[in-house]
Design a binder for this molecule. Structure first.
Ligand code: G3H
Ligand code: 13P
Ligand code: ZN
Length: 331
């Protein structure tokens, strides 16, 4: 059944678990997520980004999620819009039937330029008023995602202009977070603690100077009743990097957010954990391996089937690690 983000995260807070929020772009990802949730009795958050809408088209994405709900009626599913850059985009998703939207006013409509507190609080407040009138939840963001190591906003290919953001913008201030929640009434709050989107998060296994788990503790202590969201939470599994490179890929040395650190964050109020890159890596590794091992194969279903299995296993691992497994039937 379709449920709101608020309903799911209230349950997660009450029972001290975290919920992975997986990005969805195609049928294989959708199946992988649902099969993993079914296998582990986990509730689901699936999210559609602007890039996903561009790739698949909003109606296809919407019906993909509705099809998942139809096939797995016993699994609670949140249909979430990831990183909306304007109230108009959020409004469109609400119209389409999403049960949750993210208004990311930490950046401007170009998705790149940091904004003022007043702008962010203003657009987020407007979306909360609109969404709550329709029973839809809202996630806001305070602070800008970015690497404390390089000062980059996080480029998918690992190369980007340095020094776009200053250090203080990339660590959410607990007082500002409290004011933002008060001013906007958001249901969940994304915070910045040194993670960034994509595979190139850290050039070495992260230590606490570049992955600020302590900052989560300080924010949670200040706003204990707010559900926190961690973006850029892929763990970038070394085994998948190795498989990709073994079968002709060329991915540079890079590290993600260790699962143990996410588990620690969940102890301190993180309830929604955004993961996209890990499924992309597993999918690419599975395709490269399949094609290398079966060069005569030309039925795409053969290698797409492998991507489903690879992504499903990643999802199962996260559901289990975040203590989300076993919760679906209790909601
Ligand atoms: O927000 C970042 C997600 O990884 C989605 O990325 O816009 O390339 O689909 P995308
Ligand atoms: P990753 O790139 O770490 O998977 O993060 C995804 C995300 O935050 C989507 O909003
Ligand atoms: Zn994100």
């Amino acid at each position: 059944a379709l449920i709101s983000l608020r309903q799911l995260l209230d349950h997660a807070a009450e029972h001290s678990y975290g919920v992975p929020a997986f990005n969805v772009n195609n049928l294989e990802q959708m199946r992988a997520i649902m099969e993993a949730a079914d296998k582990t009795d986990s509730p689901v958050i699936v999210q559609a980004s602007a890039g996903a809408r561009k790739y698949a088209g909003a109606p296809f994405l919407r019906h993909l999620i509705l099809a998942a709900i139809e096939e797995f009626p016993h699994i609670p599913v949140v249909m979430h819009q990831d990183h909306g850059t304007s109230p108009a985009i959020c409004q469109r998703s609400i119209q389409l039937g999403f049960s949750s939207v993210m208004m990311d006013g930490s950046l401007g409509e170009d998705g790149k330029t940091p904004t003022s507190y007043e702008y962010n609080a203003g657009v987020t407040r407007r979306v909360v008023e609109m969404a709550h009138a329709c029973g839809v939840s809202v996630e806001g963001e305070i602070g800008c995602l970015g690497s404390l190591e390089t000062g980059m906003a996080g480029e998918e290919d690992g190369v980007g202009a340095e020094g776009i953001l200053d250090h203080s913008q990339m660590l959410t201030d607990p007082e500002e977070a409290a004011r933002f929640v008060q001013d906007t009434g958001v249901d969940a709050l994304a915070i910045a603690i040194g993670t960034s989107h994509g595979a190139y998060k850290f050039t070495r296994p992260p230590t606490d100077d570049i992955l600020a788990i302590d900052r989560i503790k300080a924010i949670h202590a200040r706003i204990p009743n707010t559900h926190l969201v961690m973006h850029g939470s892929s763990s970038v599994p070394q085994e998948w990097l190795q498989i990709i490179n073994q079968y002709g890929g060329d991915i540079k040395e890079t590290y993600g957010v260790p699962v143990e650190q996410i588990v620690e964050a969940i102890k301190h109020g993180v309830r929604k954990v955004n993961i996209d890159t890990d499924l992309r890596l597993a999918s690419t590794g599975a395709i490269r391996r399949h094609m290398a091992e079966h060069p005569a194969e030309f039925d795409p279903r053969k290698f797409f089937k492998d991507t489903i299995v690879a992504m499903r296993d990643v999802c199962v691992d996260r559901y289990v690690a975040f203590n989300c497994a076993g919760q679906a039937s209790k909601i």
